[in-house]
Design a protein around this ligand. Structure first.
Ligand code: NAD
Length: 253
């Protein structure tokens, strides 16, 4: 890892949570291609994270369990320790539980608490911890940028389970509330994917058939499609409070 910048290309740094796999890895690679130094993160796959950091060159890796407050604090501290600044925070890490919506007994309090902690409380806490650094980005000339990875399940009455869908609806509302509070120094947006082809959804055959047959784009998103949507929001100097539904048009059917 080397931190370098020239007067023509000032260093900009992005922290992407859950970025050793799936959508997060595609976002980290995309932002790296666009010139950002990246802080990679995952809960457990440290070897993959370190290998990716070496491959991407201007990158560092931090392992942290976002269900733990102490780990969230350490993550932001280590990101700042590595680069001395933070311009972009992508709250991508998230967990899902597949529970039929009619099976109320299976959606226990423990499931609700676990999903709420990782999908809602952790993103809020990371923004709070990163706020001074993101405001400092505005002092250098460009507003700090937060992008939360939500889900179409937070927009429509759908999703892997009711606790998951509600956690993502909360994340969407959180996005708007933070955009209102933190502008103009910090922009806050969300991308709400429909089905995305990742290892997580490899055996979701019914959902894959639904997207193939009904969505105007006739396919699920790739992780790169979602990374592109994130990069668009990050590149803007104006958009804030947006929840960008990225479901290939399925919501129109
Ligand atoms: P993934 O399982 O590959 O990625 C999830 C990441 O979150 C992993 O890197 C994991 O380490 C991290 N994570 C989970 N719990 C954590 C914890 N306690 N502490 C730290 N990190 C933790 O799955 P993905 O499909 O790439 O999902 C990425 C995001 O996209 C999630 O927020 C998910 O809800 C959302 N999403 C995915 C889809 C889809 O179809 N794949 C659709 C809509 C939304």
């Amino acid at each position: 890892m080397t931190a370098s910048s020239t007067p023509d290309t000032p260093l900009r740094v992005a922290l992407v949570t859950g970025s050793t796999s799936g959508i997060g890895a595609a976002i980290a690679r995309r932002l790296r291609r666009e010139g950002y130094a990246v802080v990679l993160h995952s809960r457990s796959s440290a070897d993959t994270g370190r290998a990716m950091a070496a491959e991407l060159v201007q990158a560092t890796y931090v392992q942290a369990d976002l269900a733990l407050e102490t780990d969230r604090i350490r993550l932001v501290d280590e990101a700042m320790g590595a680069w001395g600044q933070l311009d972009v925070l992508v709250n991508n890490a998230g967990i899902s539980r597949v529970i039929p919506h009619g099976d109320l007994a299976a959606a226990t309090s423990a499931v609700w608490h676990e999903l709420h902690e990782v999908n809602v409380v952790a993103p809020f806490h990371l923004v709070a911890l990163a706020e001074p650094a993101l405001r400092a980005a505005a002092q250098r000339g460009r507003a700090g940028s937060v992008v939360n990875i939500s889900s179409h399940a937070g927009v429509r009455p759908k999703g892997a389970s009711i606790p998951y869908a509600v956690s993502k609806a909360s994340l969407n509302h959180l996005t708007r509330l933070l955009a209102l509070s933190l502008g103009p120094d910090i922009r806050v947006n969300a991308v709400a994917p429909g089905l995305v082809d990742t290892p997580l959804t490899a055996d979701w055959t019914a959902a894959q058939a639904l997207w193939r047959e009904r969505a105007p784009m006739h396919r699920a998103a790739s992780a790169d499609d979602i990374a592109h949507a994130v990069a668009m929001l990050v590149a803007s100097d104006y958009l804030t409070g947006e929840v960008l539904l990225s479901d290939g048009g399925l919501n129109l059917t």
